[in-house]
Design a protein around this ligand. Structure first.
Ligand SMILES: Cc1cc2nc3c(=O)[nH]c(=O)nc-3n(C[C@H](O)[C@H](O)[C@H](O)COP(=O)(O)O)c2cc1C
Length: 361
């Protein structure tokens, strides 16, 4: 059966922006920022420009502070050199007719002492080591034992998100996405597996969602709600996430984010294998803005989700790594390039800006 995918090419109003299609480039860490400064450079600009026909680009996760970094050569947004690097990216993407949001990242405990200021311990809601790996100069390695953030440090971390948003505006982005997914700092606060705090940031659902909501408020205050989205992964065990009862937790969070009038909720719908299926439609109902669905979508599944009202936009990760002209390929129902896993993280132009377009192949 052939699916009518024309809905993918219809316009959508996202906050203050008019998107020409429903196809989003998902955030994708590629570990190719400038060594030493973690600033984007001309090869990174080329990579995003190649993908500028997307309705929206969400950049690779970008640390808001040195403490927020967990892998080598991921870009930052906290120094002037990094802001200048991103300015070149946004200018070129806009010149190519695209729209681009910055994904703002603090990894929390998913880091290594070798990346932390002064070689100190990474920070987390609680001093619980994650059973997960990070990517360092010598390859993949276990993450370090974290220490619990002091209350005063939580306030400073919220301020780092505020400052990162100010820097993203200076860098010419169309908006920012708060990375609250995949087991990083905000997710670590949300889940009772990683958050054992006994103060106002731990225990009840209200307390565990407090940090996420304070970050969202700070980011909105630094810009405006229509320029802000957030990414969650309620059913993913990535980076050692566990929670005793995720459904009411994420429902509470989605209602509060909706009250802040954020432009979008971006849901990584990956599921813990074997667990009770998570009902994503409850989040769709709770949040009044745009719903972006992600994980495992094809052209056909994406069109179906939009037609059936389960999503407004669909983000593609691995397909966007391998197909810079994904929009054209979907429009023509053309064959797709296969992604090369060996070049996902780190390296040069190979597996980054050399995937052929339809015209070239
Ligand atoms: C190489 C690679 C890097 C990724 N980096 C990020 C990231 O920086 N931020 C994020 O939220 N998700 C990241 N993800 C997850 C993707 O955005 C996406 O959720 C995942 O690939 C599933 O979507 P897909 O089936 O369309 O690929 C990454 C995935 C891959 C394969």
């Amino acid at each position: 059966m052939t699916v009518d995918a024309s809905v993918l090419f219809s316009h959508h109003r996202l906050g203050t922006l008019d998107l020409p299609n429903r196809i989003v480039m998902a955030p994708l860490t590629r570990n190719r920022a400038t060594p030493g400064t973690d600033a984007p450079h001309s090869m990174n600009t080329d990579y995003y420009v190649q993908r500028a026909r997307a309705g929206l680009i969400v950049t690779e996760a970008t640390q808001i502070s040195q403490q927020g970094q967990g892998y080598i050569q991921t870009p930052g947004i906290y120094t002037d050199a990094q802001v200048e690097g991103w300015q070149a990216v946004t200018k070129a993407v806009h010149a190519a007719g695209g729209r681009i949001f910055l994904q703002m990242w603090h990894v929390g405990r998913v880091s290594h002492v070798s990346l932390q200021p002064g070689g100190g311990a990474p920070v987390a809601p609680s001093a619980i080591q994650a059973k997960t790996k990070t990517y360092l100069a010598h390859g993949f390695d276990s993450v370090s034992m974290p220490r619990a953030l002091e209350i005063e440090e939580i306030v400073l971390t919220v301020r780092d998100y505020y400052n990162a948003t100010v820097n993203a505006r200076r860098a010419g982005f169309d908006g920012v996405e708060i990375h609250a997914a995949n087991g990083y700092l905000i997710d670590q606060f949300l889940r009772d597996g990683s958050n054992h705090r006994t103060d106002a940031y731990g225990g009840s659902i209200e307390n565990r969602t407090r940090f996420a909501i304070e970050v969202a408020e700070a980011v909105v205050n630094a810009w405006e709600p229509g320029r802000v989205g957030i990414r969650l992964s309620p059913a993913s065990p990535a980076n050692d996430m566990t929670d005793s009862n995720p459904a009411p937790l994420f429902d509470h969070l989605a209602h509060n984010l909706s009250a802040l009038k954020l432009a979008y909720l971006h849901i990584n719908e990956s599921q813990t294998p074997g667990a009770t299926p998570f009902d994503f439609t409850s989040l769709r109902r709770a949040f009044k803005g745009t719903y972006i669905a992600n994980a495992g979508y094809t052209r056909e599944k994406a069109a179906e989700a939009i037609v059936e009202g389960r999503a407004d936009l669909v983000a593609f990760g691995k397909l966007y790594i391998a197909n810079p002209d994904l929009v054209e390929r979907f429009a023509k129902n053309a064959p797709l390039n296969e992604p090369d896993q060996a070049s996902f993280y780190g390296g040069g132009a190979k597996g980054y800006i050399d995937y052929p377009t339809l015209d070239a192949s």
